[in-house]
Design a binder for this molecule. Structure first.
Ligand SMILES: Cc1cc2nc3c(=O)[nH]c(=O)nc-3n(C[C@H](O)[C@H](O)[C@H](O)COP(=O)(O)O)c2cc1C
Length: 197
């Protein structure tokens, strides 16, 4: 009888824990529609485990011919973030960010047959990172680098990257201070069904 009661108690507790875990993870459409560029952060530090989770999400993206030509530079050094902020024309938020991920392509992994698809590949990875940030309670924004040649050169030089790495963007990351809201972009006039009449 005692064993049965214990088993019952354990099952109830397990059920409760599973339910609580499920409730804390927002569903995919909620994450997509809540995502926004976040440029204002609190001082709270983002851990390396959290950053690894974001990079893993990046590497789960689809790529042409499954070549996965990406390379990620994770920066969590505040001094480096500030120096980078000063180098980028639109990167002031890096001064307040806890971390950044520089999404690059490794040109050696780009197939000759598809020389230009790496932009889509790395963009898909970047957006996975943005969504993963939103979904895990963080805030992030895409800071454009490629195809601005000067910006590409600056970032490459700063990170001491060889020429076969091309930075597509810098994703600035931190805990959102809550001041930014998602924009409603839905416009049914931008959609047709089947074909143009
Ligand atoms: C290719 C690309 C480049 C961007 N570059 C910058 C940038 O340099 N600095 C910045 O603050 N935001 C940048 N953004 C973020 C956009 O400004 C932002 O996505 C847009 O205003 C829509 O707002 P939302 O992300 O909140 O929906 C960039 C976004 C993309 C996709």
């Amino acid at each position: 009888m005692k064993k049965l009661l214990l088993l019952l108690l354990f099952s109830v507790l397990l059920g409760y824990l599973l339910l609580a875990q499920e409730e804390s993870i927002p569903d995919v459409l909620t994450v997509i529609h809540s995502r926004k560029s976040v440029r204002s952060y609190t001082d709270q530090k983002v851990s390396r485990d959290q950053l690894t989770t974001l990079v893993k999400a990046g590497m789960a993206a689809p790529t042409a011919m499954n070549k996965q030509p990406w390379f990620f530079v994770v920066i969590d050094d505040k001094e480096m973030l500030s120096t980078l902020a000063n180098k980028m024309m639109f990167g002031n938020m890096l001064n307040f960010a806890s971390a950044a991920i520089v999404v690059c392509v490794d040109m050696r992994r780009v197939p000759d047959a598809l020389p230009k698809f790496w932009v889509q590949d790395c963009s898909a990875a970047s957006h996975n990172i943005l969504l993963a940030a939103e979904g895990t309670g963080l805030g992030a924004v895409w800071i454009g680098v490629y195809p601005n040649k000067i910006a590409v050169r600056k970032v490459r030089k700063f990170l001491n990257l060889p020429r076969h790495y091309v930075p597509l963007n810098i994703i600035s990351i931190g805990y959102p201070d809550g001041s930014e809201r998602p924009k409603n972009k839905w416009d049914e006039n931008r959609v047709i069904w089947n074909k143009n009449d």
